[in-house]
Write a protein that binds this ligand. Structure first.
Ligand code: AMP
Ligand code: GLY
Length: 436
């Protein structure tokens, strides 16, 4: 394995961002603030990234096609947005080509790729999480449902399922059906104890020596107001999330972050990237891990990166090259909030191809780190109009001295946009205000 390039190449950097969503637009926006970055390329990007980066639709969009492209532009840094290329070994291939990659190698990306592996890792590292049992074709499913039956059943497939691999239900028939269809397709499934409490997301940037915890955020996964309706990729987020007060933060650090960093840095190739810790904080303010992801959350990324006052490129490059310097990372004391505009029919069957009225003007007028749009599923049609091309179309984001002001501004911006049949939640941030 060739050594990745040394940090002397940091100035005038060429950065390649892999992905096409709101998270990747947020990454490009943050990178575009850095005087160290000379060029940003996005594979394939979207109608937002094209304003600050060069989008490329590669003929060969496989991991080897991506690595060939990155070598051809002599990339200083590759940042991988989604989990799938990491689980398929993109970081391993970058290392073999001598290219610094922000994102873990496949063996460590398995933390997101397999829920069972994540559970076993937590057991080894002594990290608090819900009890579980593994079920397969030989298991007594009825006895297992009885054992975990005092709360809703939480059933998790052991594969990357694009957000569709978890069912939380009080309906025994639905639970039984999901268990049997999962065993049929995957050979096994996890039945997990239900954790009551409030969710939060903690993003930890790490390399073989160090780690930096970014301010905790909170996503809104359900489609409709009041946390009702089907699960989605995320309908909005805010940061920092007050549920992670200083005593909860200390517990997260000591019980989860430090043991996980110790575990992940103590490898032949250490974890170089961001570990997304999905948390449940219970009534005693004790944190439990609900899930690990091996990438930035979407839309958590959109509200977390702008709160980093120091150079974001420098931090990501540091993690990719094992030179992360936590003392060089500073945070703004403001708050940020983002509201997702989703297509009609999202999440089940989003209707795409409709013009997003007002978006061009909003993008022209926007001011990053004040009020701006994170573009997700939007592309240009043949006439140059901006049309929806995904379930989550965009999110309106604002940053202000108070979370309330950020909320007001984000919704003001959203009200300037029009997309036929679209929907959004009107209560993003509500939990932060419920204790006031
Ligand atoms: P996951 O993909 O593991 O994050 O699960 C998706 C969602 O299901 C989480 O964001 C939670 O809202 C819910 N969930 C997962 N595991 C549990 C659990 N053990 N207890 C309660 N809710 C859970
Ligand atoms: N917003 C949750 C996720 O990115 O998985």
């Amino acid at each position: 394995m060739r050594r990745v390039r040394a940090s002397s190449t940091m100035d005038g950097a060429t950065v390649v961002v892999v992905g096409s969503g709101g998270r990747e637009h947020a990454l490009c926006l943050a990178l575009s603030q850095s005087p160290l970055v000379a060029a940003i390329h996005c594979l394939p990007g979207n109608a937002g990234t094209s304003r600050i980066a060069t989008n490329h639709r590669l003929e060969d969009a496989s991991n080897s096609g991506i690595v060939s492209y990155c070598s051809s532009v002599e990339a200083s840094l590759i940042i991988v947005g989604p989990e799938a290329p990491l689980c398929e070994g993109l970081a391993d291939m970058c290392a073999n080509a001598g290219l610094p990659c922000f994102g873990p190698v496949a063996a460590l990306a398995h933390l997101e790729g397999s829920k069972l592996h994540a559970k076993k890792t937590m057991e080894e590292a002594g990290v608090p999480t819900a009890d579980y049992i593994e079920l397969n074709g030989q298991s007594d499913v009825e006895a297992a449902l009885d054992k975990f039956g005092s709360n809703p059943w939480v059933i998790k497939r052991d594969v990357l399922a694009g957000g569709k691999g978890v069912v939380v239900t009080s309906d025994r028939d639905e639970a039984r059906e999901f268990i049997s269809s999962s065993i049929e397709s995957d050979g096994l499934v996890l039945l997990e104890a239900f954790l009551p409490g409030e969710e939060a997301s903690m993003l930890v940037v790490m390399d073989g020596q160090s780690y930096v915890t970014l301010p905790a955020s909170q996503d809104h996964k359900r489609a409709f107001d009041g946390d009702l309706g089907p699960n989605t990729g995320g309908m909005g987020a805010y940061c920092p999330a007050p549920v992670v007060n200083s005593s909860v933060y200390d517990k997260i650090l000591n019980r989860i972050v430090i043991p996980m960093h110790e575990h992940l840095s103590n490898k032949t190739t250490p974890y170089r990237g961001v570990l997304f810790i999905g948390l449940m904080i219970d009534q005693h303010d004790d944190p439990y891990v609900v899930e690990f992801n091996v990438r930035f959350g979407d839309p958590e990324c959109q509200v977390t990166l702008p709160l980093i006052a120091s150079d974001v490129f420098q931090m990501l490059f540091g993690a990719a090259t094992d030179t992360l310097d936590p003392s060089a990372v500073d945070f703004d004391s403001s708050s940020a909030l983002t509201v997702v505009l989703a297509s009609e029919g999202y999440p089940a069957r989003p209707i795409k191809g409709r013009i997003v009225h007002g978006l061009q003007e909003a993008l022209n007028d926007q001011s990053y780190r004040q009020i701006w749009v994170n573009v997700a599923g939007v592309s240009k049609d043949d006439s140059g109009a901006l049309v929806s091309s995904g379930g989550r179309v965009l999110s309106c984001t604002a940053m202000a001295g108070s979370l309330k002001d950020a909320q007001v501004s984000a919704y003001q911006l959203l009200n300037e946009l029009e997309l036929e049949g679209s929907h959004f939640r009107t209560d993003i941030g509500f939990r932060a205000f419920s204790g006031e």
